[in-house]
Ligand binder design. Sequence first.
Ligand SMILES: NC(=O)c1ccc[n+]([C@@H]2O[C@H](COP(=O)([O-])OP(=O)(O)OC[C@H]3O[C@@H](n4cnc5c(N)ncnc54)[C@H](O)[C@@H]3O)[C@@H](O)[C@H]2O)c1
Length: 255
Amino acid sequence: MQLNDKVIVITGGGRGLGRAMALELADKGAKLALVDLDQEGLSETAGLCAEKGVEARTYECNVSVEGDVEKLFNDVVADFGTVNGLVNNAGITRDGLFLKVDRETGKVTKKMTLDQWQLVMDVNLTGTFLCGREAAAKMIDLGVEGCIINISSISRNGNMGQTNYTATKAGVQAMAVTWAKELSRYGIRAASIAPGYIGTEMVMSMKPEALDKIAAGIPAKRLGKPEEIASTVTFIMENDYINGRCIEVDGALRI
Ligand SMILES: NC(=O)c1ccc[n+]([C@@H]2O[C@H](COP(=O)([O-])OP(=O)(O)OC[C@H]3O[C@@H](n4cnc5c(N)ncnc54)[C@H](O)[C@@H]3O)[C@@H](O)[C@H]2O)c1
């Protein structure tokens, strides 16, 4: 898919990877529909895209609320006339051990709470489901070809302290495979990207000691750059034979 003048929706476009994706797609001449809860961040991203000479509109929306997501895609189509792409990028973590056990007594002292579980499910998994569904429905009704990318994670195979997050990131990868199987006949591709540790706000908010330890354990000996994920998004969007697969961008780290 040539990206010039195409309308691409990016969730979580207010900062981090979403902003880097917006800037990369703007360089390709795409029109951006930027979605986030954070209006200030959205405006900043939109301003940076506008400086590159493309149309960028902002949509304050919680991706986990069905009615809000339905309205979002109606608004995007009303504003731009179409929708050609979606990056399901909005995501959160609420890390914690599944069960915490006191070393001396051997007894369970803490459990991952249902709130911790449900919040991450709502944003990462339900949000991706809802946005993917509404984007694909619009593409089919409008008769346009399109591409949907779900942002998974290196954590999708299981990672300490991330029962909730890993379940969602395995889920969004699997959904991309399912959508490729179901939607290819309508000219819609779906794929996923599994980033390793990338230096965004989400990761940089970790303790410096923890960050140093992570970087030392990566064969590439550094964190990834947001632009390295953003260029993978444009690569998938532009290559019409990438479909149903997950591209790993992790500096060779295995966790
Ligand atoms: N940074 C990394 O190292 C890394 C690694 C693997 C995967 N990822 C994934 O990449 C994606 C982006 O990560 P990031 O580091 O840029 O995160 P980030 O926290 O910097 O940005 C996430 C954005 O999503 C928005 N958001 C959160 N909940 C939302 C909701 N309910 N509705 C709409 N917007 C919402 C936030 O406001 C924020 O602007 C996430 O899905 C994350 O899990 C990141």
